[in-house]
Design a protein around this ligand. Structure first.
Ligand SMILES: [Zn+2]
Length: 145
């Protein structure tokens, strides 16, 4: 089973949203965070202000234009699989889109940067470590001391 199929199956069966789903330690599959906005929350398109439509679609990579997003984490990195919301005029938006999050009271357990992201735990770990004078190196998508 490849990663995309694993993520598709996980999204279909999970009831755990917005928290890290740990993969068995011996597994080759990553930890996953399936992220969606509460069903009661209405959000509008950041471009045209039309109300967005909730779809059953998530960024699993099944659609090549909607891959999961890598989040750095303290023990094992996490794939962020976000719910996709549809604007009938402008197309799809990830539920982790900052413009959408600003319309809600949702406090996601991650931080998104332009090319990557980090879990809240990892971000706090890095900030604390830097403030204590520790230095990091970064090679091939891996952080180390
Ligand atoms: Zn729109």
């Amino acid at each position: 089973m490849d990663q995309t199929q694993f993520l598709c199956d996980l999204v279909k069966t999970t009831e755990q949203y917005n928290q890290i789903i740990r993969s068995p330690t011996e597994s080759d599959f990553p930890d996953v965070l399936v992220f969606k906005l509460p069903d009661s929350t209405n959000v509008t398109c950041p471009l045209c202000m039309t109300e967005l439509i909730r779809t059953g679609r998530f960024a699993t990579g099944e659609n090549k234009a909607q891959p999961p997003r890598l989040l750095y984490n303290t023990h094992r990195n996490v794939l962020l699989v976000s719910q996709m919301l549809l604007c009938s005029k402008c197309g799809y938006f990830h539920s982790h889109n900052e413009s959408l999050l600003q319309q809600t009271t949702v406090n996601p357990p991650f931080i998104i940067f332009s090319r990557s992201g980090a879990t809240e735990d990892f971000y706090n770990f890095v900030v604390t470590s830097l403030s204590q004078g520790k230095r990091f190196r970064y090679e091939g998508n891996v952080f180390g001391f």
